[in-house]
Design a protein around this ligand. Structure first.
Ligand SMILES: NC(=O)c1ccc[n+]([C@@H]2O[C@H](COP(=O)([O-])OP(=O)(O)OC[C@H]3O[C@@H](n4cnc5c(N)ncnc54)[C@H](OP(=O)(O)O)[C@@H]3O)[C@@H](O)[C@H]2O)c1
Length: 294
């Protein structure tokens, strides 16, 4: 079976899910059926490409009003246009998650624009080319931690007061299998993702009494533009595809392929739903068996 077919049926299976802790309202989505996230406001950091973009499309496809950020304006506007053209609702707001003022104003603007905040997916992240720790520059390390850990802290800091005031919600954080294990050359990234475990645990305990669940979705290898930092210079697209296939053969011994970003998006929709109403403070690997093989 082709992967696209598998993804299509996964997306179709999502139609029946109910949202987090709230009541599901019936409103038509683009397919004319009630969407599982109809009338819900979903905020996503880093949705100009990859997993975040796929999640923006998937939540909007289920009726959500999606406010999302990222730094690349052209891609942000393109994603917004595509969602609207398909009958969904989305607003791109340029924001850099390393900048407290921009994160705060992004979160506030999403809440003002759509009048709520039901789900937040704190997803923005970066990787740098594989480099042994002693050769990583201080600037590179700081950039990774500022984006991947501090950026999530800032998002939590500005999202939580809104969710408390509004009576609850679900906060997802995009972690990584690197929360559990690393590989050579990925020390800064691994440390930045390890740090998310503590943030998720603390935020979950502090906010459970306010109807807020906090969970990390921790992807294994996923075929997104983030991997392009590892692309050797001069490689053709076909050669790069072949090299990524080789990564997957070795790194994901069960499925021997990377995930598609749509599969992570489907997992995000599920984790934010009431099917996972007892899930908080935990990090959930979605990794095709990658960790099982360690
Ligand atoms: N792909 C994988 O194998 C994999 C595995 C485990 C975990 N993850 C995690 O999944 C998340 C999404 O990554 P992806 O794989 O989908 O890669 P991607 O396509 O490169 O997406 C990363 C997103 O983060 C945004 N971003 C990066 N720095 C930002 C900043 N300073 N401010 C605002 N937005 C920023 C990017 O937007 P702009 O560049 O436009 O700012 C982009 O939208 C990351 O947290 C990553 O660590 C990925």
């Amino acid at each position: 079976m082709k992967r696209r077919t598998v993804l299509g049926s996964t997306a179709a299976a999502m139609t029946g899910i109910a949202f987090g802790t709230g009541e599901v309202k019936s409103a038509p989505n683009r397919s004319g059926r009630p969407g599982a996230y109809a009338d819900k406001t979903v905020l996503i950091t880093g949705a100009t490409s990859g997993i975040g973009r796929a999640a923006a499309v998937a939540f909007a496809g289920q009726g959500a009003k999606v406010g999302f950020c990222g730094r690349r304006e052209r891609l942000g506007m393109q994603t917004e246009r595509e969602i609207r053209r398909a009958g969904g609702e989305a607003t791109y707001i340029r924001a850099d998650v390393r900048r407290p003022d921009q994160v705060r104003s992004f979160v506030d603007r999403v809440v003002e624009t759509y009048g709520g905040l039901d789900v937040a997916l704190n997803n923005a992240g970066i990787q740098k080319p594989f480099t042994d720790l002693h050769e990583v520059t201080v600037e590179e390390r700081d950039d990774v931690v500022s984006t991947n850990t501090r950026g999530v802290f800032l998002a939590l800091k500005y999202e939580i007061p809104h969710m408390r005031r509004l009576g609850g919600g679900v906060i997802l954080v995009t972690g990584s299998t690197n929360q559990w294990a690393t590989r050579t050359g990925l020390g800064s990234y691994t440390a930045s993702k390890n740090g998310l475990t503590g943030l998720v645990q603390a935020a979950a305990l502090e906010n459970a009494g306010h109807g807020i669940r906090v969970v990390a979705l921790s992807p294994g290898m996923t075929d997104t533009p983030m991997l392009d930092v590892h692309r050797p210079a001069g490689l053709s697209d076909a050669q790069w595809d072949q090299m990524k296939a080789q990564f997957a053969q070795e790194g994901v011994p069960a499925f021997r392929r990377m995930a598609g970003p749509e599969e992570m998006a489907a997992a995000a929709l599920a984790l934010a739903s009431s099917s996972f109403s007892f899930q908080t403070g935990s990090c959930v690997p979605v990794d095709g068996g990658q960790l099982a093989a360690l």
